[in-house]
Design a protein around this ligand. Structure first.
Ligand code: CA
Length: 320
């Protein structure tokens, strides 16, 4: 059985607004193995750590810049320069209005003094913490919507690789996993851009529209073999790993982890949330135990770093 890596999904986002430096510092202090950065680009070509190309549901952009939405009604990071982005406040993720948080029991809606984070800000903080603590916590950046960025005049993968190299992340052995939903882009990162980093192919559902990638194809035996040619692992949605029968309350494996392992691919599923459990589980601890013991996952993305670390350590102590 592996000791699964605890990957802080958008930081300790179960406790503080996602992708703020505070959420990352908390996850670091709670013992995460890796901290995740979703990366998008601003108008002036700065790399911004944000889950989405949109600012709508995590900031006060609609109040500060009401006239800057596109015709579709959305506010895009790519339409703002860094000084403008720095003037925004970030909040707990909401739906439609700052006062309506997605997770009502998390950090109080509309409160706190949190600002936009650049990839440079965050890599500097992690490098600094690694120096001051003597630890070696890794990074887990995601290239967000590379095809969209290209249509909007920016080569995101190239810029991310350049920034990572500046911070010394260049070799396979460096503590970094680079992830992307777009298979064509990840192949390009490996073969055209010549990256030696560990690459993770994210797997979604075709209905989400994350990329032009066909995930049904990638999940097939031939598809996984193709992924193993350019990537070091997969990041599947948790529901791609198991099925739960409501009638019998029986959980059964889809066999994806075993199929990935046969091809030498690590498996890091998303997202383990204490306040949004996967079907058939009564706690996040039970989820971690089941996926570790029954599926032998290599890591997991979680919003609750401390709970993840606690259970992983407990499972290790129970090993013979
Ligand atoms: Ca992500």
């Amino acid at each position: 059985m592996n000791k699964p890596l605890v990957i802080a999904h958008r930081g300790a986002s179960g406790y503080l607004p996602e992708h703020t430096l505070a959420a990352k510092a908390l996850a670091y202090g709670m013992g995460a193995d890796y901290l995740e950065q979703d990366v998008v680009a601003s108008r002036d070509g700065e790399l911004i750590v944000m889950h989405d190309v949109l600012l709508d549901d995590v900031s006060d952009v609609a109040q500060k810049f009401p006239l800057r939405a596109r015709d579709d009604g959305h506010f895009y990071v790519r339409d703002f320069d860094l000084p403008e982005l720095r003037s925004l406040k970030l909040f707990e993720r909401f739906e439609g209005a700052i006062s309506k948080p997605v997770f009502p029991k998390r950090f109080p809606a509309g409160t706190g003094n949190f600002g936009i984070v650049t990839l440079r800000d965050e890599l500097e903080m992690i490098a600094g913490l690694n120096r001051s603590t003597g630890r070696s916590v890794g990074i887990y950046p995601e290239i967000k919507r590379p095809a969209w960025h290209r249509e909007n005049g920016f080569d995101l993968a190239e810029a991310v690789l350049r920034m990572l190299a500046e911070f010394g992340y260049e070799r396979r052995s460096d503590p970094v996993f680079l992830q992307c939903f777009d298979a064509a882009e990840l192949k390009r990162v490996r073969h055209e851009l010549g990256s030696n980093l560990k690459l993770i192919q994210l797997l979604g559902d075709n209905s989400w529209g994350e990329a032009a990638t066909d995930y049904d194809e990638l999940l097939s035996a031939a598809g996984l073999t193709d992924v193993a040619e350019y990537a070091d692992g997969i990041g599947p949605w948790i529901m791609q790993l198991y099925k739960f029968d409501e009638m019998t309350a029986v959980k059964s494996s889809t066999g994806l982890v075993a199929a990935a392992h046969e091809r030498g691919l690590a498996v890091h599923p998303y997202t383990f949330r204490a306040d949004q459990l996967a079907p058939g589980f009564s706690s996040m601890a039970e989820m971690i135990s089941w996926f570790t013991a029954n599926e032998d996952i290599d890591g997991f993305f979680t919003d609750f770093t401390d709970k993840g670390v606690e259970v992983v350590n407990l499972l290790q102590r129970q090993l013979p």
